[in-house]
Design a protein around this ligand. Structure first.
Ligand code: PLP
Length: 348
């Protein structure tokens, strides 16, 4: 009775491993990332999968996510991607944790203390989220002896080719700190481009990757929802929390998967063009009558919500003439993996 992520275990694990092996062959070390909802799998599961891969370092999004992964990752190093801030003083004691430091004042503070934490220093890119400026690198270089410095970090945009930017920033950072560890942690470069940065700067490259690693190929992944109930409804009868009146005969199909799972909750898309926006609208779109197209597929087609999804389940309207599923059947559901919490993972 659940919203289930079916994983063709051998197929999926084989592809994940190939991704890591291909990067290794190119000369790049993969740092798997898990955070948030664990890309649909959950953070502890992806930590365990990372341990199976034998990688040295796993990255998580926040300090709050550390407890869920530490044990599952088997005691390896864990990099926290959210930059360290002074109110996180308590987090400095663990030798397996690598901290990201993105402001000069935070580095100064860590350099003044006795903890000597392991840190990577993030340099601001055209992404402009976190990072020290290139004009601050000289002062950074003067402070990193007082921490255990593990390299520079660059967080790059998804759009466009930022290989040249990464190379230029890494070069400036290493020029400012010639005695420091020549390691650069990058995101959102292909393994080949990351390797080029390494060659051009004479550095070790660690490639932090989540989506391309865990979800790069959906072929071995399927999300399905259990049918919990099926009810015939006659024209004029009412149903649901909102007592909407059926305009014609049909069938209500109650399926697992509601707002608690993230079903039908929309995150803003990056759709830029009119055409992309029209497509996005059509996918999650509203009919003139206020009905929304659901992500559940029955009889080979996406079906309308009978009413807005409930917390744990959804009511789907099936017009007459479409064969209704039986209680206990599973139906396909299209989900966004970064916003969906599954009840159950089935390793098939
Ligand atoms: C989330 C995150 C990643 C991984 O991002 P994907 O696009 O899912 O591969 C890499 N680097 C940083 C800094 C991140 O926050």
């Amino acid at each position: 009775m659940s919203l289930t992520l079916h994983i063709a275990a051998d197929q999926w694990r084989g592809r994940v491993r190939r991704h890591v092996d291909d990067a290794t062959t190119a000369g790049v070390t993969v740092v798997p990332v898990t955070k948030g909802n664990g890309y649909g799998f959950g953070n502890a599961v992806l930590a365990a999968e990372s341990a199976r891969l034998g990688v040295a370092t796993l990255a998580v999004g926040t300090y709050e996510e550390l407890p869920a992964v530490v044990e599952a990752f088997g005691g390896g190093d864990v990099l926290v991607l959210s930059p360290w801030r002074p109110w996180l003083d308590g987090g400095l004691g663990d030798d397996h944790v690598v901290h990201t430091v993105s402001r000069l004042e935070d580095l100064r503070r860590l350099a003044m203390g006795d903890a000597r934490p392991r840190v990577v220093v993030e340099v601001l890119t055209s992404m402009r989220r976190h990072g020290v400026g290139t004009d601050e690198l000289a002062e950074v270089a003067g402070l990193i002896d007082r921490v255990r410095f593990e390299g520079f970090a660059l967080h790059l945009p998804l759009t466009g080719d930022h290989t040249a930017e990464a190379t230029a920033l890494a070069r400036r950072a290493f020029e400012a700190a010639p005695a420091a560890a020549r390691t650069v942690w990058v995101s959102h470069l292909t393994p080949a481009r990351a390797a080029a940065v390494g060659r051009d700067t004479g550095s070790d490259v660690r490639l932090r990757v989540a989506t391309a690693l865990w979800l790069g190929d959906r072929a071995g992944l399927a999300s399905r929802a259990t049918v919990l109930d099926v009810h015939r409804v006659r024209r004029g009868e009412t149903y649901g929390y909102h007592q909407r009146k059926a305009r014609r005969d049909g069938t209500l199909v109650v399926v697992a998967g509601g707002t608690a799972h993230g079903v039908a909750l929309q995150a803003p898309t990056a759709a830029g063009t009119m055409r992309q926006r029209a497509t996005a609208l059509a996918r999650g779109g509203l009919e003139a009558g206020g009905r929304a197209l659901s992500p559940f597929r029955i009889g080979g087609k996406q079906r309308w919500f009978a009413e807005p999804p409930h917390m744990q389940c959804s009511m789907i309207w099936l017009p007459d003439g479409v064969g209704a599923p039986a209680v206990g059947d599973e139906v396909d559901v299209e989900v966004r993996f970064t916003t969906t919490t599954f009840d159950h993972l089935a390793w098939d």
